[in-house]
Write a protein of this length. Structure first.
Length: 108
């Protein structure tokens, strides 16, 4: 059985769990790509976020359209999984320069 450090559920219909090994899993609605899997397909059960392979996540926070993950192998950086809706809004405000649903804080 998967050892769990933390589980969170948003009102936006997404859920995430971080394992004792530091792997982040997500599932639920994915209308805007907020699950971090690089697509818009809903997930009925937890799936690992492949973009974080090799990283050890220790903490995370989520909202209806975003997830922020922090970890031991992510020194002084947060990996933010943003929905494409939020990315488009940020682009119009010129705050974010990438349409990639996964953007690393401090990178353009």
């Amino acid at each position: 059985m998967l050892g769990v450090i933390d589980v969170k559920v948003s009102r936006g219909g997404i859920a995430m769990v971080v394992s004792c090994a530091g792997h982040l899993y997500s599932w639920g609605e994915n209308k805007y790509g907020q699950l971090g899997h690089g697509d818009h397909e809903a997930r009925p059960s937890p799936e690992p976020i492949r973009a974080l392979e090799g990283k050890r996540v220790t903490q995370f926070a989520l909202g209806n359209t975003f997830v922020i993950a922090l970890g031991e192998t992510l020194p002084m950086k947060a990996i933010t999984i943003k929905s494409q809706r939020e990315t488009k809004r940020s682009k119009s405000n010129k705050r974010l320069h990438s349409a990639n649903p996964i953007a690393r804080h401090g990178e353009n």
